[in-house]
Design a protein. Structure first.
Length: 305
């Protein structure tokens, strides 16, 4: 790849090269692990046009290759972390061999399962994580308790819980069996434990939580524990329409959950969608709605298990 002609921060270039996230690069600079032509870098704001002469822990850094994106069906019981001081299993303990160095886009809690996107590119990771870019996350939760569709629709205006403001959430009651129900939630912030906290605030106990989509990329029928790669032309097409993230220090308004007008909530019920009904003893999530838009297709080459 030809060097960029526009000077960029070294942290951004190293993140794009897949060395680490910007925050981790800044930490590595503080630790004296990054150098240019043998001289330690002291400022994360150092501007470069390329990574020529840059080393990390004494090893040369290659210019960034094209970004790659993978889908991973994370099982419950794994941490989204490189390592755990308590010795608990992480996603990296279970990922198949032969994959490139991958960074998770966002996180899923220990007991949350479903779609976790992984990338080789730190800049793509940042783009997809920032609330300012407005990438939608979709979850399905199995809950115990009483809740009405009308109350769920109130979440479209956002909600404040214990001093924390959560932005608009498009919530829909999928199916009810006795006091158990499946709720679908679509949101654009992805704050820590947001779905669980909002549902618990409504008096519901979450017994299972599954992320079913991240932007246009669905979990689909990817088996638990499997990995596959999104086709390069689909990723390129998606990034063309992805808003550029704000520069460092910008985007505070979005972080406070103030971005964009509220969407009209979907008004649907189990009675309106008989095709989603399942036997009363079924414990699995309802199938995705047939009206869901088509999404980029992943390639299934070689990295599944």
């Amino acid at each position: 790849m030809a060097p960029s002609r526009e000077p960029q921060r070294i942290a951004k270039l190293l993140a794009r090269a897949g060395v680490a996230s910007r925050r981790d690069v800044e930490r590595m600079i503080a630790e004296g692990r990054i150098a240019i032509e043998g001289e330690a870098v002291t400022k994360p704001a150092t501007l470069l046009t390329s990574l020529h002469g840059v080393t990390v822990d004494g090893k040369p850094v290659r210019e960034p290759a094209p970004a790659r994106l993978f889908r991973y069906h994370k099982p419950a019981g794994l941490l989204t972390a490189a390592r755990d001081p308590k010795g608990r299993a992480t996603i990296y303990d279970r990922l198949p061999q032969g994959l490139p160095r991958l960074m998770p886009i966002g996180r899923l809690d220990l007991n949350t399962e479903g779609l976790l996107l992984l990338t080789t590119d730190g800049e793509l990771k940042r783009q997809l994580e920032l609330p300012a870019t407005g990438v939608e996350r979709t979850y399905r939760a199995r809950v115990f308790g009483e809740v009405s569709q009308a109350r769920l629709e109130d979440l479209i205006h956002g909600i404040e819980i214990d001093g924390v403001r959560y932005g608009q959430i498009d919530a829909n009651l999928e199916r009810r069996t006795g006091r158990n129900a499946w709720v679908e939630m679509r949101l654009r912030e992805g704050k820590n434990r947001e779905v669980r906290r909002v549902l618990e605030h409504l008096g519901l106990k979450v017994s299972r939580l599954i992320r079913t989509a991240y932007g246009p990329f669905p979990l689909g029928d990817l088996p638990t524990g499997a990995v596959d790669e999104v086709r390069q032309h689909d990723l390129v097409a998606f990034r063309k329409n992805l808003p550029n993230p704000p520069r460092d220090g910008e985007g505070d308004h979005a972080k406070r959950g103030g971005g964009g007008p509220a969407r009209e909530p979907r008004r649907s019920s189990t009675a309106q969608r008989p095709s989603h009904s399942r036997p009363s003893g079924s414990s699995g999530p309802p199938p995705p709605r047939r009206s869901a838009p088509r999404s980029p297709s992943p390639s299934r080459g070689g990295s599944k298990r």
